[in-house]
Ligand binder design. Structure first.
Ligand code: ADP
Ligand code: MG
Length: 474
């Protein structure tokens, strides 16, 4: 997958000049993060880390990822409505994983009371890597699907201009024109706007749940701005604000003070450290409400790694999506090897295989946000420790995807430009809206390419490992 700028990576002087231009263009385009020192304020900002050049992505795989996104939307939506499946799938996990158990408790409580919400909104991002076969062939393999707080749809719309700029500086105008335009935040906002409209209260607002310390606020603002252009107002609030000022009326309409809320969009609440007892109470209040939650608690559970692993079992997709054999085939083609670690023979065998060939597997707990998975020697130690305990059911094992590395130059604030061997992860943003049992919107709305040095097994952009990038179709 060679590109015509590979040789420039050797020219230190030219790289330095290009990096300066790229960084200035990135800042001018609004590819911004708040500073790590002061994440509560926009007084001082930095550029979001990115690659100097776009990275090669096989165009057939890019097309395949787009083509399967609507299937993934339907699948997530189907799982979220299937309480028997969720209960069975998560039963062993919630015995040993307190966080998933807490989410599941809320789910059960809401089910018992009866779901007040009638409009359902999914904003997700399905992530992939390109498995490289021994013959050099590439295959699209899903890493995971994010059903809560899938980020970088805003900043991803700013990166094409930066890479086009660099290629134009190099007189590579033909190459520059191959960089795809991309605006996920617009599509995400259209989904929120649709849910807001179907909720049907002209004065109601969208409540965006976020922390005050939020480096990635410009990514979120991109969506807020799109909504305001449609005359839909967004109010930002923390879980703490919900506990202090949130309430439900007798029809379980949600209010913040006197302001009715039509849609709750979570950009927080996807990892245990983001909850204290007060925040759990606030989450429950939001879930009980009539407002369209993005995601509702069932959809968050549908995005767990345990659910992903169970979906790969023979016959399961067919059962969840009856009469849709083509969708099932498209979905299954993207699945990597996924293995349950539940107590029993099947789990024992998976552990034995991982211990025999640790380089081929990843051990994953039920966590989001990067930096939680275990690889290599760490995975071996964890498996040795876990293998005789029921705790192992709170993890899954996954085949490790091995993409073909390529050279690129990573730009990060405060660090010198770094030419390294890299691998990329492609995400496709999906949006769907359901009213009652009728699906009224199902789309893909753009992509995100993140690239990292091969020395890092795990981690995304927020975790400080990966950087923003654009696919260069090859
Ligand atoms: P998280 O929810 O923390 O983002 P992921 O499953 O996306 O968890 O894993 C985090 C990162 O670890 C991914 O972005 C990817 O770089 C790497 N990773 C995860 N699964 C695999 C895999 N099966 N093969 C290779 N790398 C993986
Ligand atoms: Mg991930």
């Amino acid at each position: 997958m060679a590109t015509s700028w590979g040789s420039i990576l050797q020219d230190e002087k030219q790289l330095e000049e290009l990096a300066k231009q790229a960084i200035d263009r990135a800042l001018a385009e609004g590819m911004l993060l708040r500073s790590a020192q002061n994440p509560s304020s926009s007084d001082v900002v930095t550029y979001a880390p990115f690659t100097l050049f776009p990275s090669p992505v096989p165009s057939t795989l890019l097309e395949q990822a787009y083509a399967v996104q609507m299937d993934f939307n339907i699948l997530v939506d189907a799982v979220s409505q299937n309480s028997a499946f969720l209960e069975q799938t998560l039963s062993s996990t919630i015995k040993k994983d307190d966080y998933t158990a807490r989410l599941f408790d809320i789910y059960k409580q809401v089910l018992k009371e009866g779901i007040a919400q009638t409009v359902f909104l999914g904003l997700n991002r399905s992530d992939y890597m390109f498995q490289c076969g021994t013959d050099g062939s590439k295959a699209l393999k899903q890493i995971e699907i994010n059903t809560i707080s899938a980020s970088f749809g805003g900043l991803a719309s700013r990166t094409p201009a930066v890479h086009r700029h660099i290629l134009n500086v190099l007189n590579k105008t033909k190459e520059a024109s191959k960089i795809l335009s991309n605006n996920p935040s617009k599509g995400l906002a259209l989904g929120i706007a649709k849910a807001w409209e179907l909720y049907g209260s002209a004065n109601a607002v969208v409540l965006l749940i976020a922390q005050e310390k939020e480096r990635n606020i410009f990514d979120q603002r991109a969506i807020e701005n799109e909504l305001l252009d449609r005359k839909i107002h967004v109010v930002r609030g923390r879980f703490e604000d919900v506990s202090e000022r949130g309430s439900l009326d007798q029809n379980r309409r949600l209010f913040m003070d006197d302001q009715e809320v039509a849609v709750v969009y979570f950009r927080d609440g996807y990892m245990p450290s983001q909850y204290n007892p007060q925040n759990w109470e606030a989450r429950l209040l939001l879930e009980r409400s009539r407002a369209a939650k993005c995601p509702d608690i069932a959809t968050q559970l549908a995005g767990t790694k345990k659910v992903q692993q169970e979906l790969s079992r023979v016959g399961l997709l067919e059962a969840l999506l009856p009469g849709q054999p083509e969708a099932v085939a498209r979905l299954r083609a993207t699945f990597a090897g996924l293995y349950s670690l539940d107590m029993g023979e099947e789990g024992d065998q998976a552990i034995a295989e991982a211990l025999a060939a640790p380089g081929h597997f990843v051990l994953k707990p039920q966590r989001e946000g990067g930096g939680n998975n275990l690889y290599g020697e760490e995975m071996v130690q964890a498996l040795e420790q876990l293998k005789d305990s029921e705790e192992r059911a709170s993890y899954i094992l996954m085949e490790k995807i091995e993409p073909e590395p390529f050279g690129n130059c990573l730009l990060r604030p405060g660090s010198p430009a770094q030419v390294v061997q890299c691998v990329s992860e492609l995400g496709i943003f999906g949006v769907y809206v359901r009213q009652g049992t009728t699906l009224v919107m199902n789309k893909h709305v753009g992509h995100l390419l993140r690239t990292k040095a091969i020395e890092h097994a795990d981690g995304g952009v927020a975790a400080g490992v990966a950087v923003l990038d654009n696919p260069y179709p090859v």
